[in-house]
Design a protein around this ligand. Structure first.
Ligand code: ZN
Length: 457
């Protein structure tokens, strides 16, 4: 591996702006950023002329090799992180599930064992907390001690993940005490369960009814309640995958009153809409929360541009098409779509090229903010001396068409099939090593490291 790589002649993008600069790496870190760095300083030169030089994407919300207790994706960490690398993602934050009877430390250890030797890029872990008995809440301190200071909880999905309001409040209080941020999947369980049950009773289990089973109000109400409880507990809460504009607005109102709440959305809620449930391939878009009517995405773009929504994560989930079409009924179809490998090009095309967000904003919501919010900054999430050399060279000129056959995921489909994107990922460096060149994986399986994170509340 070249010790010193000079990324030459490109335009570096940071949240502050876009400026012409060369970037020189030394080993795993960025050594210098500046205009006209001398060629003789490098062992290898990457020509970035005409290209943007972005900090590697940090996807704060992915599910590689997922076992929900009911469904299992068929990918593994090699498949998932190769796909990530080829999508310009240099760090993924995934989840360790606490299965019943396990301590939080055991949950993390199990996940480390699954990943060990397989990751091609760096990764961090959140822990899905499912069992925090009254009186033992301080166990959550384990998460900050082990560099995984983010707990994930659910207000729905009985019986494996669901937390009632008392459990939520206790978790929030414990998290606030031990410098842990809580990520919440917010959907009102009673509304979702009743709507689903009514559809089943009426025989409406076809995939086209998926969206009807999970109304927008269910998400909005849960986000509202979660923000209220977060403020009561003085906790920092991150509400994942906002699928409706009002969800993010409710969180912004709560922030205005002092609640420490953060909003995430996903490319699918910005770019796709619920007309796809009545289209040819509804199985491609079975996910929770479901896609929403078209205007929601437009409004979410505005909220992203305004900083009301802070981050974009993909909620990546690589179920196979075979699993997606097994029953063709929404209550028994695994929810989740692949997204890791396509997010950067889609966000560039539909966001930057379409004039909805600036390039700096793209970098802010896909690298800088995830790094800051999840305790990775300034090691990751920026291009500056001393930071990890996680870099994407993005050529804005080519036009490509997204198609499943060219992706590294194994599901055999993408909900963005046939969609045109502007720009191509030319080179991706992960800690100074080229892991993807012109769409081909060039990295090393097993080189990815667990990144210890730290959050201060
Ligand atoms: Zn998720």
């Amino acid at each position: 591996m070249a010790e010193r790589i000079l990324v030459r002649g490109g335009k570096v993008v940071t949240p502050e702006g876009v400026f012409p600069a060369d970037v020189l790496t030394l080993g795993e870190r960025i050594f210098a950023v500046g205009d006209g760095l001398p060629l003789n300083m490098a062992d290898e030169v990457i020509d970035a002329s005409g290209c943007f030089v972005l900090p590697g994407v940090i996807d704060p919300h992915v599910h590689i090799q997922l076992d929900t207790g009911i469904y299992q994706t068929r990918d593994d960490w090699e498949v998932g992180t190769k796909a990530a690398a080829c999508g310009g993602v240099t760090t993924v934050l995934d989840f360790a599930t606490q299965f019943k009877g396990q301590t939080l430390e055991e949950a993390l250890e199990n996940r480390w064992n699954e990943i060990d030797g397989k990751a091609a890029i760096d990764y961090g872990l959140h822990v899905m907390v499912t069992d925090l008995p009254a009186g033992e809440e301080d166990e959550i301190a384990t998460l900050s001690r082990l560099g995984a200071p983010t707990a994930k909880v659910y207000t729905t999905y009985r019986p494996n993940y669901y937390m009632d309001d008392d459990q939520l409040l206790r978790t929030f209080k414990a998290a606030a005490k031990h410098d842990v941020m809580v990520m919440v999947h917010a959907e009102n369980d009673a509304i979702v369960s009743a709507a689903t049950e009514r559809l089943i009773q009426a025989g409406k289990t076809d995939l086209r009814y998926h969206g009807d089973a999970r109304p927008m109000l269910a998400e909005q109400e849960a986000a509202h309640r979660v923000a209220f409880l977060a403020a009561e507990a003085n906790a920092r809460v991150y509400v994942v995958h906002n699928s409706t504009a009002r969800t993010s607005e409710i969180l912004a109102e709560a922030r205005g009153k002092g609640a420490d709440v953060i909003a995430e959305t996903c490319p699918q809620y910005l770019i796709l809409d619920d007309s796809l449930y009545r289209g040819e391939h509804p199985e491609w878009v079975i996910l929770q929360p479901p896609l929403r009517p078209k205007g929601q995405g437009d409004r979410l773009w505005e909220l992203l541009a305004q900083g009301v929504v802070s981050t974009v994560g993909t909620d990546h989930c690589d179920y196979t098409l075979e699993q997606k079409v097994a029953t063709m009924e929404f209550p028994t179809t695994p929810g989740g779509i692949p997204g890791l490998e396509t997010s950067l090009r889609l966000m560039y095309t539909h966001g930057v090229v379409a004039g909805r967000i600036s390039l700096s904003k793209l970098v802010e919501v896909m690298s800088y903010n995830p790094a800051r919010i999840f305790g990775l900054y300034p090691r990751k999430g920026t291009i500056q001396p001393g930071s990890d050399a996680d870099i994407v060279v993005y050529d804005p000129e080519p036009e490509e068409t997204i198609t499943a056959s060219r992706l590294h995921t194994i599901g055999g489909y993408t909900p963005y099939e046939g969609m045109k994107v502007k720009g191509a990922i030319k080179t991706v460096l992960s800690r100074g090593m080229p892991v993807c060149v012109n769409g081909e994986f060039t990295g090393q399986v097993g080189r990815g490291r667990y990144v210890e994170r730290r959050i201060e509340l």
